[in-house]
Design a protein around this ligand. Structure first.
Ligand SMILES: [Zn+2]
Length: 359
């Protein structure tokens, strides 16, 4: 029996809720302190508490166009570590046990991640330095291929992962980092799942069977990921969830030709996107979540919002405060309390605990 709306809210509040991907670290790097309520964006500690979000993977992303990606990534990790360690009500996760300790203490669990393997600058030992700086998840690529992994979208140049790319995956697993295949090409993701032998997730992707976008995963990949014990965090970005919105977003970006290198430019672009494009309803996100569950099984689906990394969210979600609305919608679609609990946090917890143990 599926929970009523009231029960679904209670379940959301009382259960573990973890998110596969957010970009709150961008706000930190801009000088904001997310311990306090912030203007705009999707996240800060007060709003996370209101939305019943207990933690997740906090990505450190650096603009590859600005150069020195290793130095900048390490600096970003240090910033995130400093903030997490000095902020009351936050626990930085180094080992799987820290996830449970955070839950017991009622603290937000921060799992630092690195989004974009170019940050290692083709040096395996750089991965160790990232691990030492707190990173517990590596997203292999971002929008462009690295020298060793193809990205979702651009023409493949490596046929997936190069020999060195496989070494990167192996090293991440040995150290005790989760391997994230969101943004990777299908073949790179397949190879990573095979090489890693566990501890792999797609932290923020949708289902390609619902919306045909390279950032979404085809059913075969969802199956392979689930068979390896991994999980798909379903992304909230309308440009991936909805084909019409995705086309309109692409056209608008081309029209504006946005240089998004400054904070003011990014804010202005985000406002234009919100003013000009009508977002799809929450039910479109539900379709992706249901598709992933159908293909992966109830143990293979999780949250992967991309909060603070995207200019817009589906209608009905202002920001993290409205996260319980998704739980209510899934309960309304017939999900059992057990499946909801797995989706909201237990699945991602399982994968992170496995990954952080190391191979
Ligand atoms: Zn991303």
């Amino acid at each position: 029996m599926s929970p009523t709306a009231l029960d679904a809210r209670t379940l959301h509040r009382s259960g573990l809720v973890l998110d596969g991907h957010n970009d709150l670290a961008l706000r930190l790097l801009e000088g904001d302190d997310p311990a306090h309520r912030l203007e705009g964006g999707h996240l800060d500690l007060p709003r996370m508490r209101e939305g019943g979000l207990d933690g997740g993977i906090f990505a450190v992303w650096v603009d590859p166009g600005l150069g020195e990606p290793l130095r900048r990534t390490l600096a970003g990790l240090e910033r995130l570590r400093g903030w997490a360690d000095r902020t009351a009500g936050v626990r930085r996760v180094e080992r799987g046990a820290d996830l449970d300790a955070a839950r017991t203490a009622g603290e937000v669990a921060v799992v630092p991640g690195v989004e974009g393997g170019y940050g290692i600058e083709d040096d395996l030992s750089a991965l160790d330095r990232m691990y030492d700086a707190g990173a517990r998840c590596l997203t292999l690529t971002w929008m462009r291929p690295t020298d060793w992994a193809d990205a979702a979208g651009p023409e493949p140049v490596h046929g997936g992962l190069t020999r060195f790319g496989r070494k990167v995956v192996e090293r991440a697993r040995t150290l005790g980092m989760a391997v994230d295949v969101s943004h990777a090409s299908d073949r790179a993701a397949e190879a990573a799942i095979e090489v890693a032998g566990g501890g792999v997730l797609a932290s923020h992707s949708g289902a390609r069977a619902v919306a045909d976008h390279p950032r979404n995963l085809p059913d075969e990949l969802i199956e392979a990921l689930a068979a390896s014990g991994g999980v798909v965090g379903v992304v909230f970005f309308p440009a991936y969830l909805d084909e019409a919105y995705g086309r309109a977003f692409g056209a608008l970006k081309a029209e504006i030709g946005a240089d998004l290198s400054t904070r003011a430019q990014r804010r202005a672009f985000d406002r234009t996107v919100r003013d000009r494009l009508e977002v799809p309803p929450l039910s479109r996100l539900v379709e992706h979540v249901e598709r992933v569950r159908r293909v992966a099984g109830p143990g293979g689906v999780a949250l992967g919002s991309d909060f603070d990394g995207v200019p817009a969210l589906p209608r009905g979600l202002r920001d993290v405060r409205d996260l319980p609305e998704l739980t209510v919608a899934l309960a309304g679609a017939g999900w059992s309390a057990t499946d909801l609990t797995a989706f909201l946090g237990e699945n991602l917890r399982r994968v992170l605990v496995e990954a952080l143990e190391g191979a």
